[in-house]
Ligand binder design. Structure first.
Ligand SMILES: C[S@@+](CC[C@H](N)C(=O)[O-])C[C@H]1O[C@@H](n2cnc3c(N)ncnc32)[C@H](O)[C@@H]1O
Length: 256
């Protein structure tokens, strides 16, 4: 009797193992079947980004090369959104969280507009030096300042964050705020401190662009901002990495 039960258990185990293997095999087959479609979709996305980079380069006349880095640079569809806004709204003061291609393009927009300046908060000394070199190469030093802003400890609503030191940021009304740092991997809700710490400096009608807004972490922090600052109107744009645009209407809270 005991022997029969043991055989049955053994057979059941073997059957379960076979089922798992079969399932794995099917998933593997499906992954192989999906491969051409996935490669095609990836290639299409890549070409769209390359085309957008080239059109930005031509539009802005940045023909001596772009400081593009595959892992770190903002995607071209996000750059297009901020460039479009900068050329149409002609902001006087642009503040940026993290420097790079964004700084160069926004500085060039200011030059084309004949007005405006970019102040870029940068925690990485090497990044800061690299961006300054690009700005100098294009002769845009009057239009962009990269500020050495190490990440320092801040406590906001009982939570501790590491965020840019603001000691060297000039005390100006901010018309456009571009948030592409600090990187998400250094802490939860990494970019959350931007609005609690800069809200009072934002001009009425000022616009905030948040990159990587498709990530769950960024979606959460946008919800936190909107709950804390009801004077913002929020628009989500489905770029490759997602972009949240927040427009400040200071009289919205008074009217509500
Ligand atoms: C998020 S991307 C920003 C790209 C930029 N806006 C552009 O379009 O080129 C790079 C930023 O990540 C920061 N960074 C990279 N590695 C880091 C690390 N390990 N810890 C903290 N910050 C880091 C860099 O200092 C830089 O500010």
């Amino acid at each position: 009797m005991l022997f029969q039960a043991a055989v049955i258990v053994l057979l059941l185990l073997i059957a379960a193992l076979l089922l798992v293997q079969l399932r794995r095999g099917r998933q593997h087959d499906q992954a192989i079947a999906d491969l051409p479609g996935n490669i095609e979709a990836g290639t299409r996305r890549l070409f769209a980004q390359i085309e957008a980079y080239l059109s930005l380069r031509d539009r802005l006349g940045l023909r001596q090369g772009l400081p593009y880095s595959h892992n770190w640079s903002a995607a071209a569809d996000f750059l297009k959104l901020i460039v479009e806004h900068a050329l149409v709204a002609k902001p006087a003061t642009i503040v940026e969280c993290s420097s790079g291609l964004t700084t160069l393009m926004l500085a060039r927009c200011c030059e084309m507009n004949g007005r405006g300046e970019v102040f870029s908060l940068e925690n990485g000394a090497e990044y800061a030096a690299g961006t300054r070199a690009e700005i100098a190469r294009y002769g845009l030093e009057d239009r962009a300042t990269v500020i050495d802003a190490p990440l320092t400890s801040r406590t906001l609503a009982g939570q501790e964050y590491r965020w840019y030191a603001l000691d060297d940021l000039p005390d100006r009304s901010i018309d456009m705020l571009v948030i592409d740092g600090p990187p998400g991997f250094i802490q939860r809700h990494s970019r959350y401190p931007a609005l609690p710490l800069l809200f009072d400096r934002l001009a009425d009608g000022g616009v905030v662009y948040l990159d990587d807004a498709a990530r769950p972490d960024e979606r959460e922090l946008v919800a936190m901002w909107l709950a804390q600052f009801p004077a913002f109107e929020h628009e989500y744009v489905g770029t490759e990495r997602g972009c949240s645009i927040l427009r400040l209407r200071r009289n919205r809270t008074r009217a509500a």
